[in-house]
Design a protein around this ligand. Structure first.
Ligand code: FAD
Length: 321
Protein backbone atom coordinates (compact mmCIF):
# COMPACT_ATOMS: atom_id res chain seq x y z
CA UNK A 1 0.00 0.00 0.00
CA UNK A 2 1.32 3.37 -0.96
CA UNK A 3 -1.08 5.87 0.43
CA UNK A 4 -1.46 9.60 0.10
CA UNK A 5 -3.31 11.63 2.73
CA UNK A 6 -4.98 14.88 1.75
CA UNK A 7 -4.23 17.38 4.51
CA UNK A 8 -6.72 20.16 4.89
CA UNK A 9 -5.77 23.36 6.64
CA UNK A 10 -7.56 26.38 7.93
CA UNK A 11 -6.20 29.67 9.24
CA UNK A 12 -2.63 28.40 9.39
CA UNK A 13 -3.44 25.12 11.15
CA UNK A 14 -3.55 21.59 9.77
CA UNK A 15 -6.98 20.17 10.48
CA UNK A 16 -7.25 17.67 13.30
CA UNK A 17 -9.35 15.26 11.21
CA UNK A 18 -6.74 15.14 8.43
CA UNK A 19 -3.97 14.53 10.96
CA UNK A 20 -6.09 11.70 12.38
CA UNK A 21 -6.32 10.16 8.90
CA UNK A 22 -2.54 10.52 8.65
CA UNK A 23 -2.11 8.62 11.93
CA UNK A 24 -4.37 5.84 10.61
CA UNK A 25 -2.42 5.60 7.35
CA UNK A 26 0.90 5.46 9.25
CA UNK A 27 -0.49 2.68 11.45
CA UNK A 28 -1.59 0.66 8.39
CA UNK A 29 1.70 1.13 6.58
CA UNK A 30 3.78 0.58 9.68
CA UNK A 31 5.75 3.75 9.15
CA UNK A 32 5.88 7.05 7.37
CA UNK A 33 3.30 7.91 4.75
CA UNK A 34 2.96 10.59 2.11
CA UNK A 35 0.70 13.58 2.47
CA UNK A 36 -0.24 16.53 0.33
CA UNK A 37 -0.86 20.14 1.29
CA UNK A 38 -2.30 22.52 -1.27
CA UNK A 39 -2.56 26.22 -0.67
CA UNK A 40 -0.88 29.56 -0.93
CA UNK A 41 2.11 30.20 1.35
CA UNK A 42 1.85 26.80 3.02
CA UNK A 43 5.34 25.31 2.83
CA UNK A 44 6.12 25.83 6.51
CA UNK A 45 2.73 24.43 7.44
CA UNK A 46 3.38 21.34 5.31
CA UNK A 47 6.61 20.68 7.21
CA UNK A 48 4.64 20.40 10.44
CA UNK A 49 2.92 17.26 9.10
CA UNK A 50 6.20 15.42 9.73
CA UNK A 51 5.46 15.55 13.44
CA UNK A 52 2.32 13.53 12.81
CA UNK A 53 3.70 10.66 10.76
CA UNK A 54 4.17 12.10 7.27
CA UNK A 55 7.49 10.99 5.75
CA UNK A 56 7.02 13.00 2.59
CA UNK A 57 4.75 15.98 2.09
CA UNK A 58 3.99 17.17 -1.41
CA UNK A 59 3.28 20.87 -1.52
CA UNK A 60 1.83 22.91 -4.34
CA UNK A 61 1.84 26.59 -3.60
CA UNK A 62 -0.53 28.28 -6.00
CA UNK A 63 -3.05 31.12 -5.73
CA UNK A 64 -5.53 28.71 -7.36
CA UNK A 65 -5.70 26.93 -4.00
CA UNK A 66 -6.51 30.04 -1.98
CA UNK A 67 -10.25 29.52 -2.22
CA UNK A 68 -11.77 26.27 -1.02
CA UNK A 69 -12.72 25.09 -4.52
CA UNK A 70 -12.42 21.40 -5.37
CA UNK A 71 -11.43 21.26 -9.07
CA UNK A 72 -7.86 22.65 -8.85
CA UNK A 73 -7.25 20.24 -5.97
CA UNK A 74 -8.56 17.35 -8.04
CA UNK A 75 -6.03 18.29 -10.75
CA UNK A 76 -3.15 18.30 -8.26
CA UNK A 77 -4.11 15.00 -6.65
CA UNK A 78 -4.69 13.26 -9.99
CA UNK A 79 -1.23 14.46 -11.04
CA UNK A 80 0.42 13.04 -7.89
CA UNK A 81 -1.36 9.71 -8.31
CA UNK A 82 -0.24 9.58 -11.96
CA UNK A 83 3.37 10.48 -11.19
CA UNK A 84 3.90 8.47 -8.01
CA UNK A 85 1.46 5.59 -8.35
CA UNK A 86 -0.32 6.00 -5.02
CA UNK A 87 -2.85 3.19 -4.69
CA UNK A 88 -4.82 4.62 -1.75
CA UNK A 89 -5.91 8.20 -1.17
CA UNK A 90 -7.34 9.09 2.22
CA UNK A 91 -9.50 12.05 3.22
CA UNK A 92 -11.05 13.18 6.50
CA UNK A 93 -14.61 14.33 5.95
CA UNK A 94 -15.35 18.01 5.41
CA UNK A 95 -17.40 19.81 2.79
CA UNK A 96 -14.27 20.51 0.75
CA UNK A 97 -12.72 17.05 1.16
CA UNK A 98 -15.97 15.35 0.17
CA UNK A 99 -16.06 17.44 -3.02
CA UNK A 100 -12.41 16.75 -3.81
CA UNK A 101 -12.71 13.01 -3.11
CA UNK A 102 -15.79 12.73 -5.32
CA UNK A 103 -14.15 14.74 -8.12
CA UNK A 104 -11.00 12.63 -7.90
CA UNK A 105 -13.01 9.40 -8.02
CA UNK A 106 -14.71 10.62 -11.21
CA UNK A 107 -11.43 11.79 -12.74
CA UNK A 108 -9.55 8.55 -12.03
CA UNK A 109 -12.55 6.27 -12.50
CA UNK A 110 -11.77 5.04 -9.00
CA UNK A 111 -13.93 3.61 -6.24
CA UNK A 112 -14.82 5.87 -3.33
CA UNK A 113 -15.99 4.59 0.04
CA UNK A 114 -17.22 7.33 2.33
CA UNK A 115 -18.32 7.79 5.94
CA UNK A 116 -15.81 5.16 7.04
CA UNK A 117 -15.14 4.79 10.75
CA UNK A 118 -12.19 2.44 10.27
CA UNK A 119 -9.89 0.95 7.68
CA UNK A 120 -8.20 -2.37 8.37
CA UNK A 121 -6.14 -4.96 6.56
CA UNK A 122 -7.90 -8.32 6.35
CA UNK A 123 -6.31 -11.24 4.47
CA UNK A 124 -4.00 -8.80 2.74
CA UNK A 125 -6.84 -6.59 1.52
CA UNK A 126 -7.97 -3.21 2.74
CA UNK A 127 -11.45 -3.28 4.21
CA UNK A 128 -13.39 -0.18 5.19
CA UNK A 129 -15.89 -0.16 8.04
CA UNK A 130 -19.01 1.84 7.28
CA UNK A 131 -21.94 2.30 9.66
CA UNK A 132 -25.33 1.70 8.10
CA UNK A 133 -29.03 1.62 9.03
CA UNK A 134 -28.76 4.56 11.40
CA UNK A 135 -25.45 3.29 12.73
CA UNK A 136 -27.00 0.14 14.13
CA UNK A 137 -24.74 -2.09 12.01
CA UNK A 138 -21.27 -1.76 10.54
CA UNK A 139 -20.80 -2.96 6.97
CA UNK A 140 -17.51 -4.12 5.48
CA UNK A 141 -16.79 -2.29 2.24
CA UNK A 142 -13.97 -2.73 -0.22
CA UNK A 143 -12.65 -1.71 -3.61
CA UNK A 144 -12.54 -3.70 -6.82
CA UNK A 145 -9.81 -1.58 -8.40
CA UNK A 146 -7.01 0.84 -7.64
CA UNK A 147 -6.57 3.56 -6.69
CA UNK A 148 -8.88 3.28 -3.72
CA UNK A 149 -10.35 6.45 -2.31
CA UNK A 150 -11.58 6.62 1.27
CA UNK A 151 -13.33 9.41 3.13
CA UNK A 152 -13.43 9.03 6.92
CA UNK A 153 -16.23 10.26 9.10
CA UNK A 154 -15.14 13.38 10.96
CA UNK A 155 -13.65 12.88 14.39
CA UNK A 156 -12.89 9.21 13.68
CA UNK A 157 -9.15 9.16 14.40
CA UNK A 158 -7.01 11.12 16.80
CA UNK A 159 -3.77 12.64 15.49
CA UNK A 160 -0.63 10.99 16.87
CA UNK A 161 2.53 12.95 17.43
CA UNK A 162 5.49 10.93 16.23
CA UNK A 163 8.02 13.74 16.36
CA UNK A 164 9.32 12.92 12.89
CA UNK A 165 10.45 15.24 10.17
CA UNK A 166 8.90 15.39 6.74
CA UNK A 167 10.70 15.57 3.43
CA UNK A 168 8.83 18.54 1.93
CA UNK A 169 8.67 18.25 -1.86
CA UNK A 170 7.25 21.19 -3.76
CA UNK A 171 5.63 20.58 -7.13
CA UNK A 172 3.90 22.69 -9.77
CA UNK A 173 0.33 21.63 -10.18
CA UNK A 174 -0.78 21.36 -13.82
CA UNK A 175 -4.21 22.86 -13.68
CA UNK A 176 -6.82 22.16 -16.33
CA UNK A 177 -8.48 25.11 -18.05
CA UNK A 178 -11.90 23.97 -16.96
CA UNK A 179 -10.79 23.90 -13.34
CA UNK A 180 -10.84 27.66 -13.15
CA UNK A 181 -14.36 27.87 -14.58
CA UNK A 182 -15.90 27.96 -11.12
CA UNK A 183 -15.03 31.02 -9.08
CA UNK A 184 -15.96 31.81 -5.55
CA UNK A 185 -18.14 34.88 -5.54
CA UNK A 186 -18.59 35.24 -1.82
CA UNK A 187 -17.75 33.37 1.33
CA UNK A 188 -19.69 34.03 4.50
CA UNK A 189 -18.92 32.63 7.91
CA UNK A 190 -21.41 32.18 10.65
CA UNK A 191 -20.22 34.10 13.67
CA UNK A 192 -19.05 31.73 16.33
CA UNK A 193 -16.91 31.96 19.40
CA UNK A 194 -14.67 29.28 20.88
CA UNK A 195 -13.56 26.07 19.20
CA UNK A 196 -15.67 24.31 16.54
CA UNK A 197 -17.53 21.31 17.91
CA UNK A 198 -15.50 18.88 15.81
CA UNK A 199 -12.23 20.18 17.23
CA UNK A 200 -13.32 20.87 20.79
CA UNK A 201 -11.98 18.74 23.64
CA UNK A 202 -14.99 19.68 25.74
CA UNK A 203 -18.58 19.97 24.54
CA UNK A 204 -21.60 21.03 26.54
CA UNK A 205 -24.77 20.11 24.69
CA UNK A 206 -28.32 21.25 25.27
CA UNK A 207 -31.57 19.47 24.50
CA UNK A 208 -35.29 20.08 24.72
CA UNK A 209 -35.07 19.72 28.48
CA UNK A 210 -33.74 23.29 28.55
CA UNK A 211 -37.30 24.37 27.97
CA UNK A 212 -36.60 27.33 25.67
CA UNK A 213 -33.94 29.12 23.61
CA UNK A 214 -33.15 31.63 26.37
CA UNK A 215 -31.98 28.74 28.57
CA UNK A 216 -29.10 28.05 26.21
CA UNK A 217 -27.23 30.69 28.20
CA UNK A 218 -26.88 28.05 30.96
CA UNK A 219 -25.15 25.72 28.51
CA UNK A 220 -23.03 28.50 27.04
CA UNK A 221 -21.84 29.63 30.45
CA UNK A 222 -20.82 26.11 31.45
CA UNK A 223 -19.08 25.63 28.10
CA UNK A 224 -17.23 28.90 28.56
CA UNK A 225 -16.16 27.96 32.09
CA UNK A 226 -14.84 24.62 30.81
CA UNK A 227 -13.22 26.19 27.73
CA UNK A 228 -15.43 24.12 25.46
CA UNK A 229 -17.93 24.42 22.64
CA UNK A 230 -21.73 24.29 22.61
CA UNK A 231 -23.71 21.60 20.80
CA UNK A 232 -27.41 20.84 20.48
CA UNK A 233 -29.88 18.12 19.59
CA UNK A 234 -31.95 18.13 16.46
CA UNK A 235 -35.10 18.74 18.47
CA UNK A 236 -33.79 22.12 19.56
CA UNK A 237 -32.23 23.23 16.27
CA UNK A 238 -35.46 22.27 14.48
CA UNK A 239 -37.30 24.48 16.97
CA UNK A 240 -34.97 27.36 16.12
CA UNK A 241 -33.42 27.48 19.61
CA UNK A 242 -29.87 27.10 18.32
CA UNK A 243 -28.10 27.12 14.90
CA UNK A 244 -28.03 23.98 12.79
CA UNK A 245 -24.23 24.09 12.76
CA UNK A 246 -24.33 22.96 16.41
CA UNK A 247 -26.43 19.85 15.78
CA UNK A 248 -24.83 16.57 16.80
CA UNK A 249 -26.13 13.25 15.55
CA UNK A 250 -27.09 11.16 12.56
CA UNK A 251 -28.13 14.15 10.48
CA UNK A 252 -25.75 16.55 12.20
CA UNK A 253 -22.09 16.40 13.15
CA UNK A 254 -20.12 13.56 14.63
CA UNK A 255 -17.99 14.60 17.56
CA UNK A 256 -15.49 12.84 19.74
CA UNK A 257 -14.42 15.16 22.57
CA UNK A 258 -12.71 14.14 25.78
CA UNK A 259 -15.76 15.35 27.73
CA UNK A 260 -19.39 15.59 26.54
CA UNK A 261 -21.86 17.09 29.00
CA UNK A 262 -25.45 16.45 27.91
CA UNK A 263 -28.01 18.76 29.54
CA UNK A 264 -31.68 17.86 29.14
CA UNK A 265 -31.02 15.38 26.35
CA UNK A 266 -32.95 12.10 26.25
CA UNK A 267 -30.26 10.16 24.37
CA UNK A 268 -32.17 9.09 21.24
CA UNK A 269 -30.21 6.74 18.96
CA UNK A 270 -29.96 9.47 16.29
CA UNK A 271 -28.22 11.73 18.81
CA UNK A 272 -26.14 8.95 20.33
CA UNK A 273 -24.48 8.03 17.03
CA UNK A 274 -22.99 11.48 16.78
CA UNK A 275 -21.38 11.58 20.22
CA UNK A 276 -20.99 8.02 21.52
CA UNK A 277 -17.23 7.97 20.90
CA UNK A 278 -16.70 10.82 23.38
CA UNK A 279 -14.21 9.72 26.03
CA UNK A 280 -16.38 10.70 29.01
CA UNK A 281 -20.11 11.35 28.78
CA UNK A 282 -21.84 13.19 31.61
CA UNK A 283 -25.65 13.36 31.50
CA UNK A 284 -27.89 15.70 33.48
CA UNK A 285 -31.53 14.69 33.18
CA UNK A 286 -34.50 14.79 35.52
CA UNK A 287 -35.82 11.44 34.26
CA UNK A 288 -33.89 8.53 35.82
CA UNK A 289 -35.11 6.29 32.99
CA UNK A 290 -33.82 8.53 30.19
CA UNK A 291 -31.95 6.37 27.63
CA UNK A 292 -28.87 8.58 27.90
CA UNK A 293 -28.12 7.05 31.29
CA UNK A 294 -27.60 3.68 29.53
CA UNK A 295 -24.42 4.96 27.89
CA UNK A 296 -23.35 7.91 30.06
CA UNK A 297 -20.22 7.44 32.18
CA UNK A 298 -21.62 9.73 34.85
CA UNK A 299 -25.28 10.52 35.37
CA UNK A 300 -26.88 13.24 37.45
CA UNK A 301 -30.62 12.88 38.00
CA UNK A 302 -32.13 16.27 38.65
CA UNK A 303 -33.30 19.59 37.30
CA UNK A 304 -30.72 21.14 35.02
CA UNK A 305 -31.89 24.61 36.07
CA UNK A 306 -30.43 23.93 39.50
CA UNK A 307 -27.50 21.72 38.59
CA UNK A 308 -25.95 23.48 35.59
CA UNK A 309 -25.49 26.94 37.21
CA UNK A 310 -23.98 25.29 40.31
CA UNK A 311 -21.64 23.26 38.15
CA UNK A 312 -20.58 26.40 36.27
CA UNK A 313 -19.93 28.17 39.56
CA UNK A 314 -17.82 25.26 40.82
CA UNK A 315 -15.81 25.05 37.62
CA UNK A 316 -15.15 28.80 37.71
CA UNK A 317 -14.11 28.63 41.35
CA UNK A 318 -11.80 25.68 40.67
CA UNK A 319 -10.24 27.48 37.71
CA UNK A 320 -9.82 30.70 39.64
CA UNK A 321 -8.14 28.84 42.48
C1 FAD B 1 -34.12 10.42 10.56
C2 FAD B 1 -33.89 11.12 11.86
C3 FAD B 1 -32.69 11.75 12.06
C4 FAD B 1 -32.43 12.39 13.28
N1 FAD B 1 -31.23 13.01 13.45
C5 FAD B 1 -30.94 13.54 14.67
C6 FAD B 1 -29.67 14.13 14.93
O1 FAD B 1 -28.80 14.22 14.07
N2 FAD B 1 -29.43 14.62 16.18
C7 FAD B 1 -30.37 14.57 17.18
O2 FAD B 1 -30.07 15.04 18.29
N3 FAD B 1 -31.58 14.04 16.95
C8 FAD B 1 -31.89 13.54 15.72
N4 FAD B 1 -33.13 13.03 15.51
C9 FAD B 1 -34.17 13.26 16.54
C10 FAD B 1 -34.09 12.26 17.69
O3 FAD B 1 -34.84 11.11 17.36
C11 FAD B 1 -34.68 12.88 18.96
O4 FAD B 1 -36.00 13.31 18.71
C12 FAD B 1 -33.89 14.06 19.51
O5 FAD B 1 -32.54 13.73 19.62
C13 FAD B 1 -34.44 14.42 20.89
O6 FAD B 1 -33.83 15.59 21.31
P1 FAD B 1 -33.77 15.96 22.85
O7 FAD B 1 -33.02 14.90 23.59
O8 FAD B 1 -33.30 17.36 22.91
O9 FAD B 1 -35.31 16.01 23.27
P2 FAD B 1 -36.21 14.99 24.08
O10 FAD B 1 -36.15 13.63 23.51
O11 FAD B 1 -37.53 15.64 24.19
O12 FAD B 1 -35.54 14.93 25.51
C14 FAD B 1 -35.53 15.95 26.45
C15 FAD B 1 -34.98 15.41 27.75
O13 FAD B 1 -34.85 16.45 28.68
C16 FAD B 1 -35.19 15.97 29.97
N5 FAD B 1 -35.60 17.11 30.76
C17 FAD B 1 -36.74 17.87 30.66
N6 FAD B 1 -36.72 18.88 31.53
C18 FAD B 1 -35.56 18.77 32.23
C19 FAD B 1 -35.00 19.52 33.31
N7 FAD B 1 -35.58 20.61 33.79
N8 FAD B 1 -33.79 19.11 33.79
C20 FAD B 1 -33.18 18.01 33.30
N9 FAD B 1 -33.69 17.27 32.29
C21 FAD B 1 -34.86 17.63 31.75
C22 FAD B 1 -36.29 14.98 29.71
O14 FAD B 1 -36.37 14.05 30.77
C23 FAD B 1 -35.84 14.34 28.40
O15 FAD B 1 -35.10 13.17 28.61
C24 FAD B 1 -33.40 12.40 14.30
C25 FAD B 1 -34.62 11.74 14.10
C26 FAD B 1 -34.84 11.10 12.89
C27 FAD B 1 -36.17 10.40 12.70
Amino acid sequence: MASLVFLEHHEGELQKGSLGALAKAAELEGGDVAAVVLGSGVEELAGRAGRYGAGAVFVADDPAFEKPLPQPRVDALAQLVGEHGFDTILFAASVLSADVAAGLAARLDAGLNWDLVDLVREDGRLVGKRPALGDTVVADVGWTSEPRIALFRSGTFEPKETGGEADVRTFDADLEDFSSAAVMVEQAHEESTGPSIEDADVIVAGGRGLGGPEKFSLVEELAQALGGAVAATRAVVDSGWYPYSAQVGQTGRTVSPKLYVACGISGAIQHKVGMQTSSTIVAINKDPNAPIFDFADLGVVGDLNEIVPKLTELVRARRAG
